[in-house]
Ligand binder design. Structure first.
Ligand code: F6R
Length: 261
C-alpha cells in the first residue's frame, strides 16, 4: 500500500488523472473503474483537460461504475448513470455504451448483479479503479460488516451515508434511496490497481483506520491492505490521523522518477 499525501485535492486529482492517462497511452482499450460522489470530480476535470488539450483518447476504453441507487426515477440527475454521463462520459470520446453502471432499475436485481459481475469479467477485469471513501469507511457502497469477499449485490445504506449524501438531494435525507447495487469488496479487489482518494478532515478517521488499523469488515476500506497495488492519495486534512505520515511523505519524496504511482 502506498500513501501519497498531497498539498491539495487538485494536486491529488492530477496525480490520479496522470496515472489514468499513462495507462490509456500504454493500453488504449483499458478498463477503468469509475467512482461517483464529490471526491473524483477533480480527476474527471483533469481527464477532460488532457482529452481536450493533449488528445487523450477514451475511444477504445471501457468503464464500469462502482455502484447505483435503487428506486430513483430513470432520468433522475443523481442516479450514478446520469452523474457519470454528466461528469466524464459525455465530456470525452468514450464509444456509446462503453461505460456501464449496475442496473438499479432491473425487475430482478440479483440477476442484474450477476450480469454486472459477468460483464466486468468479460471485459478482462478492471485495470485501474478509482475509489472514494465514506466517513464510515465504505468503498463502493460496501457498508461496515460487508464481507471482504463480497460480489456485486444489493446493499442497504447506513443512516450515516444517507445523511452524508443528502447534500446531493437538496439536503433531504428522505430522498436518498435506502438501497443500492454495488460492486462487492471481492469485486473491487480483483481490479489490478486501486487508487483511493480522500479529501478533508471528515475523512481523516476513516483514512487512518484504513491504512493503519486492522483489516476488518467494520472498516471496509481496510481490505485495500490485502491488495498488491493500492495507492491512497490524501490531502493534509484527510492525512491528519496517520501516525506514520512523515514516513509516507519521505517515501514519496524519494521515489525514483521512473516509478509511477
Ligand atoms: C461512489 C461511491 C462511494 C463514495 C463515498 C465518498 O461511487 O462508491 O463509496 O466514493 O461515499 O463520497 P464523496 O466522494 O461524495 O465523499
Amino acid at each position: 500500500m502506498e500513501v501519497v499525501i498531497v498539498d491539495s485535492p487538485a494536486a491529488g486529482a492530477d496525480l490520479a488523472a496522470d496515472a489514468i492517462a499513462q495507462l490509456l497511452r500504454a493500453k488504449p482499450a483499458a478498463v477503468l473503474g469509475l467512482a461517483t460522489g464529490s471526491t473524483p470530480l477533480g480527476v474527471y476535470d483533469a481527464l477532460v483537460k488532457l482529452h481536450e488539450q493533449e488528445g487523450l483518447s477514451f475511444a477504445q476504453a471501457r468503464g464500469f461504475a462502482l455502484d447505483e441507487y435503487v428506486g430513483l426515477p430513470a432520468d433522475h440527475p443523481e442516479s450514478y448513470r446520469e452523474v457519470l454521463q454528466r461528469e466524464i462520459v459525455g465530456r470525452v470520446d468514450f464509444a456509446p455504451g462503453a461505460v456501464r453502471t449496475p442496473d438499479g432499475w432491473a425487475s430482478d436485481l440479483s440477476a442484474a448483479c450477476l450480469d454486472y459481475e459477468e460483464a466486468i469479467a468479460e471485459a478482462g477485469g478492471v485495470d485501474l479503479q478509482i475509489l472514494g471513501i465514506g466517513t464510515d469507511g465504505h468503498i463502493g457502497f460496501n457498508e461496515p460488516s460487508s464481507s471482504l469477499a463480497s460480489p456485486t449485490r444489493v446493499k442497504t445504506l447506513t443512516v450515516e451515508t444517507r445523511e452524508d449524501n443528502a447534500r446531493f438531494f437538496d439536503g433531504d435525507m428522505a430522498a436518498v434511496p435506502k438501497h443500492v447495487l454495488t460492486q462487492g469488496i471481492g469485486t473491487i479487489l480483483r481490479a489490478r490497481h486501486l487508487v483511493l482518494l480522500a479529501w478533508g478532515a471528515n475523512k481523516a478517521e476513516a483514512v487512518a483506520a484504513t491504512v493503519e488499523g486492522p483489516v476488518n469488515s467494520m472498516m471496509p476500506a481496510s481490505a485495500l491492505q490485502l491488495h498488491p497495488h493500492a495507492t491512497i492519495i490524501v490531502d493534509d486534512a484527510a492525512a491528519a490521523g496517520l501516525a506514520q505520515a512523515d514516513y509516507y511523505r519521505y517515501v514519496f519524496a524519494n521515489k525514483p522518477d521512473w516509478q509511477g504511482i
